[in-house]
Design a protein around this ligand. Sequence first.
Ligand code: SF4
Ligand code: SF4
Length: 261
Amino acid sequence: MNRRDFLKNTVKGVAGLGISAAAIEFLNPKDILANINKDTAKVRWAFLVNTYKCVGCGFCVKACKQENEIPYDANVTRTWVERYVITKDGKRYADTPKGARDGFITTKIEMGKDKFQEVKDEDIQKAFFVPKLCNQCENPPCVQVCPVGATYQAPDGVVLVDRTWCIGCGYCIMGCPYGVRFFHPKYHTAEKCNFCYHRITKGLKTACVQACPFGARQIGNIKDPNDPITKIILTERVGILKEEFGTKPQVFYIGLDREVK
Ligand code: SF4
Ligand code: SF4
């Protein structure tokens, strides 16, 4: 299922459900702490998305494309932003036009090629933006299914792809439950976010973190108790996507609505 199908199904699947305003997903801090302390590694990169701060401007998506050699006009992105609109009668709409590369420049919601849905302001119960990227899963199914070891996990937890080993079989693209992988239009190898590994290992922030004017994205070392990220993750209500898959994402969300898939 591609990203567009996923969004269409999300819309279909939740239409008609009543959405509680308090339906926010969060983890037990004791479980997070136990997981942090279960090994002696000094670095484990973790990412924090604050959905309350994201305004859907798309600066992060643009910056990522430019930083990571993803063709600007191709409809593929390593990171993207989804818009969710929930109406008072319980319908839910979600879209991500061009991955939100240009932000959300119209109030019309994209429902497929050349299909749009208008929702009147007075019918909206709530609307919000959710940035997405590779979750750098602690238990990554994409690594397990790669037949040639081209996808692997670094000791600091980041899942990497070696373009020179990738044979383009696509197993990892099918194996990722989050739909974050795609074929690179030029190299025809598996592609995804790697937390800007070339930057973070030199002490820089990821391109998207640097580009976000509102601080909706942060990255840090969850093994360091003094890292601002660690403090936030252990003291605020944070959630992860698709916890039920047991993949243990290292991308944490503040304000994650339960219905976000
Ligand atoms: S989000 Fe997908 S691509 Fe990223 S580590 Fe998890 S399974 Fe692999
Ligand atoms: S740059 Fe920040 S505010 Fe703008 S869309 Fe990205 S995460 Fe949201």
